[in-house]
Design a protein around this ligand. Structure first.
Ligand code: HEC
Length: 290
Protein backbone atom coordinates (compact mmCIF):
# COMPACT_ATOMS: atom_id res chain seq x y z
CA UNK A 1 0.00 0.00 0.00
CA UNK A 2 1.39 3.43 -0.87
CA UNK A 3 2.21 5.71 2.02
CA UNK A 4 -0.42 8.23 0.94
CA UNK A 5 -3.09 5.54 0.87
CA UNK A 6 -1.93 4.25 4.19
CA UNK A 7 -2.09 7.72 5.70
CA UNK A 8 -5.60 8.16 4.36
CA UNK A 9 -6.68 4.86 5.89
CA UNK A 10 -5.12 5.76 9.21
CA UNK A 11 -6.77 9.18 9.09
CA UNK A 12 -10.14 7.65 8.29
CA UNK A 13 -9.81 5.10 11.06
CA UNK A 14 -9.00 7.97 13.41
CA UNK A 15 -12.07 9.87 12.27
CA UNK A 16 -14.25 6.81 12.69
CA UNK A 17 -13.01 6.43 16.25
CA UNK A 18 -13.71 10.07 17.01
CA UNK A 19 -17.18 9.68 15.53
CA UNK A 20 -17.91 6.55 17.49
CA UNK A 21 -16.83 8.21 20.71
CA UNK A 22 -18.84 11.31 19.94
CA UNK A 23 -21.84 9.26 18.93
CA UNK A 24 -21.67 7.39 22.24
CA UNK A 25 -21.65 10.72 24.03
CA UNK A 26 -24.59 11.87 21.96
CA UNK A 27 -26.65 8.82 22.92
CA UNK A 28 -26.24 9.83 26.52
CA UNK A 29 -27.30 13.40 25.77
CA UNK A 30 -30.24 14.71 27.78
CA UNK A 31 -33.58 13.97 26.10
CA UNK A 32 -34.27 17.64 25.44
CA UNK A 33 -31.15 18.01 23.32
CA UNK A 34 -31.80 14.73 21.52
CA UNK A 35 -35.35 15.81 20.73
CA UNK A 36 -34.09 19.05 19.28
CA UNK A 37 -31.65 17.11 17.11
CA UNK A 38 -34.37 14.77 15.88
CA UNK A 39 -36.64 17.67 15.09
CA UNK A 40 -33.92 19.39 13.12
CA UNK A 41 -33.15 16.20 11.20
CA UNK A 42 -36.82 15.64 10.43
CA UNK A 43 -37.15 19.18 9.19
CA UNK A 44 -34.51 18.52 6.53
CA UNK A 45 -36.12 17.63 3.24
CA UNK A 46 -34.41 14.37 2.39
CA UNK A 47 -32.74 11.55 4.32
CA UNK A 48 -29.34 11.77 2.60
CA UNK A 49 -28.96 15.42 3.49
CA UNK A 50 -30.27 14.77 7.01
CA UNK A 51 -27.76 11.97 7.56
CA UNK A 52 -24.93 14.11 6.35
CA UNK A 53 -26.05 16.99 8.58
CA UNK A 54 -26.00 14.70 11.61
CA UNK A 55 -22.55 13.32 10.80
CA UNK A 56 -21.34 16.84 10.15
CA UNK A 57 -22.59 18.12 13.51
CA UNK A 58 -20.81 15.33 15.33
CA UNK A 59 -17.56 15.95 13.44
CA UNK A 60 -17.71 19.69 13.99
CA UNK A 61 -17.59 19.25 17.74
CA UNK A 62 -14.09 17.84 17.51
CA UNK A 63 -12.84 19.58 14.41
CA UNK A 64 -9.39 18.78 13.04
CA UNK A 65 -9.38 22.40 11.81
CA UNK A 66 -8.14 23.37 15.26
CA UNK A 67 -4.82 21.65 14.61
CA UNK A 68 -4.31 23.86 11.60
CA UNK A 69 -5.27 26.95 13.59
CA UNK A 70 -2.59 26.12 16.12
CA UNK A 71 -0.04 25.61 13.37
CA UNK A 72 -0.96 28.98 11.84
CA UNK A 73 -0.80 30.75 15.22
CA UNK A 74 2.74 29.49 15.72
CA UNK A 75 3.73 30.49 12.20
CA UNK A 76 2.25 33.99 12.66
CA UNK A 77 4.52 34.68 15.63
CA UNK A 78 7.67 33.12 14.22
CA UNK A 79 10.37 35.19 12.53
CA UNK A 80 10.41 33.87 8.98
CA UNK A 81 11.30 34.61 5.38
CA UNK A 82 14.34 36.38 3.92
CA UNK A 83 13.71 39.38 6.23
CA UNK A 84 13.45 37.19 9.31
CA UNK A 85 10.45 38.94 10.86
CA UNK A 86 7.11 37.69 12.20
CA UNK A 87 3.69 38.69 10.88
CA UNK A 88 2.81 40.42 14.13
CA UNK A 89 2.90 43.83 12.40
CA UNK A 90 0.66 42.70 9.55
CA UNK A 91 -2.34 45.01 9.18
CA UNK A 92 -5.46 43.02 8.40
CA UNK A 93 -7.58 46.14 8.23
CA UNK A 94 -8.08 46.89 11.92
CA UNK A 95 -4.55 48.18 12.56
CA UNK A 96 -1.08 46.59 12.65
CA UNK A 97 -1.15 43.36 14.64
CA UNK A 98 -4.91 43.26 15.26
CA UNK A 99 -6.16 39.80 14.33
CA UNK A 100 -9.31 39.52 16.41
CA UNK A 101 -12.39 40.17 14.27
CA UNK A 102 -10.38 40.92 11.12
CA UNK A 103 -11.50 37.86 9.15
CA UNK A 104 -15.22 38.68 9.26
CA UNK A 105 -14.46 42.19 7.97
CA UNK A 106 -12.67 41.09 4.82
CA UNK A 107 -12.53 41.44 1.85
CA UNK A 108 -11.97 45.16 2.24
CA UNK A 109 -10.12 47.94 0.45
CA UNK A 110 -6.54 48.42 1.58
CA UNK A 111 -5.25 51.88 0.75
CA UNK A 112 -1.58 50.89 1.21
CA UNK A 113 -1.91 48.34 -1.59
CA UNK A 114 -4.59 50.27 -3.50
CA UNK A 115 -6.51 47.00 -3.86
CA UNK A 116 -9.43 44.94 -2.63
CA UNK A 117 -8.13 42.04 -0.59
CA UNK A 118 -9.66 38.98 0.97
CA UNK A 119 -7.92 37.39 3.97
CA UNK A 120 -5.60 35.16 1.97
CA UNK A 121 -4.64 37.88 -0.50
CA UNK A 122 -3.84 40.18 2.42
CA UNK A 123 -1.79 37.56 4.25
CA UNK A 124 0.19 36.87 1.07
CA UNK A 125 0.70 40.64 0.78
CA UNK A 126 2.10 40.75 4.33
CA UNK A 127 4.33 37.73 3.68
CA UNK A 128 5.74 39.51 0.64
CA UNK A 129 6.05 43.07 1.99
CA UNK A 130 7.09 42.27 5.58
CA UNK A 131 8.85 38.92 5.38
CA UNK A 132 10.28 39.19 1.87
CA UNK A 133 8.73 36.05 0.39
CA UNK A 134 8.21 36.07 -3.39
CA UNK A 135 4.61 36.15 -4.55
CA UNK A 136 5.42 33.95 -7.54
CA UNK A 137 6.83 31.28 -5.21
CA UNK A 138 3.72 31.35 -3.01
CA UNK A 139 1.53 31.03 -6.10
CA UNK A 140 3.39 27.94 -7.34
CA UNK A 141 1.76 25.44 -4.98
CA UNK A 142 -1.02 27.30 -3.17
CA UNK A 143 -3.27 24.34 -2.29
CA UNK A 144 -2.96 21.50 0.21
CA UNK A 145 -1.99 18.21 -1.34
CA UNK A 146 -1.04 14.97 0.38
CA UNK A 147 1.06 15.91 3.37
CA UNK A 148 1.92 19.32 1.89
CA UNK A 149 0.34 22.26 3.69
CA UNK A 150 0.99 25.70 2.16
CA UNK A 151 1.89 28.36 4.74
CA UNK A 152 -0.98 30.70 3.77
CA UNK A 153 -3.52 27.93 4.42
CA UNK A 154 -2.37 27.52 8.03
CA UNK A 155 -2.16 31.31 8.47
CA UNK A 156 -5.65 31.95 7.06
CA UNK A 157 -7.05 29.22 9.33
CA UNK A 158 -5.47 30.89 12.36
CA UNK A 159 -6.74 34.34 11.40
CA UNK A 160 -10.23 32.98 10.69
CA UNK A 161 -10.32 31.25 14.07
CA UNK A 162 -9.81 34.64 15.69
CA UNK A 163 -13.22 35.72 14.37
CA UNK A 164 -15.11 32.73 15.72
CA UNK A 165 -18.65 33.62 16.84
CA UNK A 166 -18.41 37.13 15.50
CA UNK A 167 -20.84 38.77 13.12
CA UNK A 168 -19.92 38.83 9.44
CA UNK A 169 -19.51 42.50 8.56
CA UNK A 170 -17.84 42.87 5.17
CA UNK A 171 -17.50 46.64 4.73
CA UNK A 172 -19.23 48.62 1.98
CA UNK A 173 -18.25 52.09 3.15
CA UNK A 174 -15.70 52.98 0.49
CA UNK A 175 -16.53 53.43 -3.19
CA UNK A 176 -13.89 50.81 -4.05
CA UNK A 177 -15.71 48.31 -1.81
CA UNK A 178 -19.05 48.99 -3.43
CA UNK A 179 -17.47 48.71 -6.88
CA UNK A 180 -15.98 45.34 -5.90
CA UNK A 181 -19.42 44.09 -4.85
CA UNK A 182 -20.88 45.11 -8.22
CA UNK A 183 -18.00 43.47 -10.09
CA UNK A 184 -18.33 40.33 -7.98
CA UNK A 185 -22.03 40.20 -8.77
CA UNK A 186 -21.23 40.45 -12.48
CA UNK A 187 -18.60 37.71 -12.30
CA UNK A 188 -21.07 35.53 -10.37
CA UNK A 189 -23.66 35.88 -13.11
CA UNK A 190 -21.30 35.86 -16.11
CA UNK A 191 -22.05 32.94 -18.41
CA UNK A 192 -19.32 31.60 -20.67
CA UNK A 193 -17.16 28.58 -21.40
CA UNK A 194 -17.99 25.35 -23.26
CA UNK A 195 -21.15 24.80 -21.15
CA UNK A 196 -22.22 28.42 -20.98
CA UNK A 197 -22.29 28.18 -17.19
CA UNK A 198 -22.04 30.93 -14.59
CA UNK A 199 -21.71 30.53 -10.83
CA UNK A 200 -25.41 31.31 -10.73
CA UNK A 201 -26.19 28.31 -12.96
CA UNK A 202 -25.30 26.07 -10.01
CA UNK A 203 -25.67 28.48 -7.08
CA UNK A 204 -28.44 30.87 -8.10
CA UNK A 205 -31.57 28.93 -7.18
CA UNK A 206 -32.94 27.24 -4.08
CA UNK A 207 -32.97 23.47 -3.82
CA UNK A 208 -30.42 22.60 -6.53
CA UNK A 209 -28.14 19.61 -6.11
CA UNK A 210 -25.44 17.58 -7.84
CA UNK A 211 -25.61 13.92 -6.83
CA UNK A 212 -25.94 14.05 -3.03
CA UNK A 213 -24.54 17.56 -2.66
CA UNK A 214 -26.92 20.40 -2.03
CA UNK A 215 -25.85 23.48 -3.89
CA UNK A 216 -26.32 26.60 -1.81
CA UNK A 217 -28.10 29.52 -3.44
CA UNK A 218 -25.31 32.00 -2.84
CA UNK A 219 -27.37 34.88 -4.18
CA UNK A 220 -29.87 34.51 -1.30
CA UNK A 221 -29.51 36.07 2.12
CA UNK A 222 -30.11 32.75 3.91
CA UNK A 223 -27.72 30.50 1.97
CA UNK A 224 -25.02 33.08 1.26
CA UNK A 225 -23.52 32.35 4.65
CA UNK A 226 -22.27 29.07 3.22
CA UNK A 227 -19.64 30.98 1.28
CA UNK A 228 -18.25 31.94 4.72
CA UNK A 229 -19.38 29.33 7.21
CA UNK A 230 -16.97 26.51 7.81
CA UNK A 231 -14.29 27.99 5.58
CA UNK A 232 -11.39 27.52 5.81
CA UNK A 233 -12.55 23.92 5.98
CA UNK A 234 -11.15 20.51 6.67
CA UNK A 235 -12.39 18.42 3.81
CA UNK A 236 -13.30 14.91 4.76
CA UNK A 237 -12.85 13.91 1.11
CA UNK A 238 -9.08 13.63 1.02
CA UNK A 239 -8.49 14.84 4.57
CA UNK A 240 -7.08 18.21 3.56
CA UNK A 241 -7.42 21.74 4.89
CA UNK A 242 -8.61 24.19 2.27
CA UNK A 243 -9.37 27.90 2.14
CA UNK A 244 -11.87 29.73 -0.03
CA UNK A 245 -9.10 30.26 -2.60
CA UNK A 246 -9.19 26.54 -3.26
CA UNK A 247 -13.00 26.42 -3.26
CA UNK A 248 -13.18 29.22 -5.83
CA UNK A 249 -10.48 27.57 -7.94
CA UNK A 250 -12.35 24.26 -7.89
CA UNK A 251 -15.66 25.90 -8.78
CA UNK A 252 -14.07 27.74 -11.72
CA UNK A 253 -12.86 24.32 -12.82
CA UNK A 254 -16.37 22.85 -12.47
CA UNK A 255 -17.57 25.75 -14.56
CA UNK A 256 -14.98 24.82 -17.22
CA UNK A 257 -13.43 28.28 -16.94
CA UNK A 258 -9.68 28.93 -17.08
CA UNK A 259 -8.01 28.68 -13.68
CA UNK A 260 -8.05 32.08 -11.93
CA UNK A 261 -4.81 33.57 -10.64
CA UNK A 262 -3.93 32.67 -7.05
CA UNK A 263 -5.18 35.29 -4.59
CA UNK A 264 -6.25 37.44 -7.54
CA UNK A 265 -8.41 40.53 -7.45
CA UNK A 266 -11.16 38.63 -9.32
CA UNK A 267 -11.45 36.28 -6.38
CA UNK A 268 -11.41 39.18 -3.93
CA UNK A 269 -14.35 40.70 -5.84
CA UNK A 270 -16.30 37.43 -5.87
CA UNK A 271 -15.70 36.96 -2.16
CA UNK A 272 -16.84 40.55 -1.55
CA UNK A 273 -20.11 39.83 -3.34
CA UNK A 274 -20.77 36.63 -1.39
CA UNK A 275 -19.45 38.06 1.88
CA UNK A 276 -21.68 41.12 1.80
CA UNK A 277 -24.65 38.86 1.03
CA UNK A 278 -23.77 36.94 4.20
CA UNK A 279 -23.43 40.06 6.38
CA UNK A 280 -25.20 39.83 9.73
CA UNK A 281 -24.80 36.05 10.10
CA UNK A 282 -22.62 34.70 12.89
CA UNK A 283 -19.31 33.19 11.71
CA UNK A 284 -18.70 29.95 13.54
CA UNK A 285 -15.07 29.59 12.52
CA UNK A 286 -13.01 27.16 10.46
CA UNK A 287 -14.89 23.90 10.10
CA UNK A 288 -15.51 20.65 8.36
CA UNK A 289 -16.55 20.19 4.76
CA UNK A 290 -17.61 17.01 3.05
C1 HEC B 1 -21.22 22.96 -12.23
C2 HEC B 1 -21.79 23.48 -10.99
C3 HEC B 1 -21.01 24.54 -10.26
C4 HEC B 1 -20.62 25.78 -10.72
C5 HEC B 1 -20.78 26.34 -12.11
C6 HEC B 1 -20.05 26.47 -9.58
N1 HEC B 1 -20.09 25.68 -8.48
FE1 HEC B 1 -19.64 26.24 -6.57
N2 HEC B 1 -20.02 24.36 -5.90
C7 HEC B 1 -20.42 23.30 -6.70
C8 HEC B 1 -20.37 22.06 -5.92
C9 HEC B 1 -20.70 20.67 -6.42
C10 HEC B 1 -19.97 22.45 -4.62
C11 HEC B 1 -19.73 21.54 -3.41
C12 HEC B 1 -20.97 21.39 -2.61
C13 HEC B 1 -20.72 20.50 -1.40
O1 HEC B 1 -19.65 19.92 -1.30
O2 HEC B 1 -21.62 20.41 -0.57
C14 HEC B 1 -19.77 23.89 -4.65
C15 HEC B 1 -19.43 24.65 -3.55
C16 HEC B 1 -19.28 26.01 -3.54
C17 HEC B 1 -19.07 26.83 -2.37
C18 HEC B 1 -19.00 26.31 -0.94
C19 HEC B 1 -20.37 26.11 -0.37
C20 HEC B 1 -20.36 25.48 0.99
O3 HEC B 1 -21.44 25.07 1.44
O4 HEC B 1 -19.32 25.38 1.62
C21 HEC B 1 -18.97 28.13 -2.78
C22 HEC B 1 -18.74 29.32 -1.91
C23 HEC B 1 -19.09 28.11 -4.21
N3 HEC B 1 -19.31 26.82 -4.64
C24 HEC B 1 -19.01 29.24 -5.02
C25 HEC B 1 -19.02 29.20 -6.42
C26 HEC B 1 -18.70 30.33 -7.26
C27 HEC B 1 -18.31 31.70 -6.76
C28 HEC B 1 -18.81 29.90 -8.55
C29 HEC B 1 -18.49 30.67 -9.81
C30 HEC B 1 -17.10 31.04 -9.96
C31 HEC B 1 -19.24 28.52 -8.50
N4 HEC B 1 -19.33 28.13 -7.20
C32 HEC B 1 -19.53 27.76 -9.64
C33 HEC B 1 -20.81 23.38 -8.02
C34 HEC B 1 -20.65 24.48 -8.85
Amino acid sequence: MSSIKLRAVVALAGLALVCAAQAAQKEAAPPKKAAAHAKKAAAAKDPVAADFEKFHEIMEEDSPAELFEAKGAEMWKTKRGPNHVSLEKCNLGLGPGVVKGAYVQMPRYFADAGQMMDAERRIVYCMVTLQGFKEADLAKKPFSKGSYLPDPVALVTYVAGQSRNMKIAVPQKLPQERAAYKLGEEIFNYRAGPWDFSCATCHGEDGKRIRTQNLPNLASKVDAVRAFQGWPGYRMTGGLMHTLQWRMNDCFRQQRFPEPGYASETIADLLTYMGVNANGHLYKGPGIKR
